[in-house]
Design a protein around this ligand. Structure first.
Ligand SMILES: Nc1ncnc2c1ncn2[C@@H]1O[C@H](COP(=O)(O)OP(=O)(O)OP(=O)(O)O)[C@@H](O)[C@H]1O
Ligand SMILES: [Mg+2]
Length: 397
């Protein structure tokens, strides 16, 4: 039995680190042996806890550990052989040794390496709950979408390349002087992909992992949260909670009243966009969130007496399937039995209205350009069939 894994992500500055730390404090209080680990390269867990956090799990209190991974060490660990090879190639191309070294670290690899450590913690089983303070959403999604593509690469391309390098390598080397990858480089590459595969499997396993999106009630923040919500589902990562942080409470005075009004207006739209995944709200505090006491207050605002390690939603609000050559979006509308379904489109947004019930979903890129052809509701599942791009033109002309 592995650990419960909870990943907090969201746009920059929304409160991921604070909420992750607060969740950790509460989980430990519930008796779970808890590790809060930051995979963001810019660590700030230490600031949130108001205590020094090391590169190895550091005990902060009863049942509570935190870790700010050492990016360079983890990269060397998982990528060392490949990196040395790339550095050789770059140097052969005439790059300065230091620049070559810097370039040989793939973008995103730093965070990826930290995420791989989570798999190891999970497999070692030393903690009941692992809480991840991840990088801002865009980055995280890009990283989490990698393994699928990589698996394909691993299974089909790598064996061919390896054979080619064995056969043609010596000749190429003699003709061009370009360093050829050794078997150790291929092995290291394969090893990394295999670990990525395990990471993907762990984070997409709804029995152990959940992704939680932190947001603030601001237009750009909400837009990014919706986009990431869509893509997490597309890639099969379960989202079980939306944390709406820094909501202005009543009695903030005249100066903040317009801002508070704007936030209040956004709230129903946020609910419509993420349903049926629940939303929890935390107020804007009058002070910085740091140290045990404020973290506990933030945690209770979000979770009350609930166990933060629980699953707040299980299921997959939508799926995309290919049926008879057409792309079909299947949307769970569990509370709707039957009724007049109205499906409208505004750009990349799909607006579904069933009686008084409204749901708006941001479409992923594969669907955004296609016209909606037909929608029907059956057994609480709405099926929206999409046409081909050509079909749209045919209707227009
Ligand atoms: N509910 C809140 N009330 C008041 N201040 C808050 C609240 N939540 C977070 N903060 C403060 O906002 C700042 C940013 O929060 P935090 O570092 O948790 O965000 P983040 O999403 O992790 O940022 P980054 O993207 O830079 O990692 C911190 O100073 C934190 O103390
Ligand atoms: Mg942070």
């Amino acid at each position: 039995m592995g650990a419960r894994v909870i990943v907090y992500t969201g746009k920059g500055g929304v409160g991921k680190t604070s909420v992750a730390a607060a969740t950790g404090v509460l989980c430990a209080g519930k008796g779970h042996k808890t590790l809060v680990v930051s995979t963001d390269v810019a660590h700030s867990l230490g600031d949130a806890f108001g205590q020094r956090v090391d590169a190895e799990p550091t005990q902060l209190g009863p049942g509570l550990w935190a870790q700010e991974t050492d990016v360079y060490r983890t990269i060397r660990l998982y990528w060392g052989d490949v990196q040395r090879y790339f550095a050789d190639v770059f140097q052969w191309r005439g790059l300065d040794a230091v620049v070559a070294e810097e370039m040989s670290v793939l973008p995103g690899l730093d965070e990826l390496a930290s995420l791989l450590q989570i798999v190891e913690h999970h497999e070692k089983g030393a903690f009941d709950v692992i809480i991840v303070d991840a990088a801002p959403t865009g980055e995280t999604i890009r990283l989490l979408s990698l393994p699928e593509a990589m698996r394909w690469w691993l299974e089909r391309i790598l064996p061919l390349q390896r054979r080619a390098a064995r056969l043609a390598g010596p000749l190429l080397r003699r003709l061009t002087g370009m360093p050829m990858p050794s078997d150790a480089v291929f092995r290291a590459g394969e090893d990394l992909f295999r670990k990525l595969d395990r990471m993907h499997r762990l984070l997409s396993d709804p029995e152990s992992s959940s992704i939680r999106i932190v947001l603030n009630l601001e237009r750009m923040v909400i837009a990014e949260a919706r986009r990431s919500f869509t893509y997490f589902h597309l890639f099969g990562y379960p989202v079980d909670l939306i944390v709406c942080n820094r909501v202005l409470p009543e009695g903030v005075g005249a100066y903040f009243a317009p801002l508070r009004e704007a936030q209040r207006a956004y709230l129903p739209r946020v609910q419509g966009a993420f349903a049926p995944v629940p939303i929890r709200i935390a107020a804007q505090f009058g002070n910085e969130v740091t140290g045990d006491e404020t973290l506990r207050a933030l945690g209770s605002a979000i979770f009350g007496d609930d166990d933060p390690a629980g699953f707040f939603y299980r299921g997959r609000p939508f799926r995309i399937e290919r049926q008879n050559g057409a792309l079909v979006l299947l949307l769970e509308l569990p509370f709707v039995e039957k009724g007049e379904v109205d499906v409208a489109r505004t750009g990349d947004e799909l607006v579904v209205q069933v009686g008084p019930w409204r749901r708006n979903l941001m479409l992923p890129r594969v669907l955004a350009d296609l016209p909606t052809a037909k929608a029907d509701l059956d057994n609480g599942v709405l099926r929206v069939r999409f046409g081909s791009p050509g079909a749209a033109k045919a209707i227009e002309t």
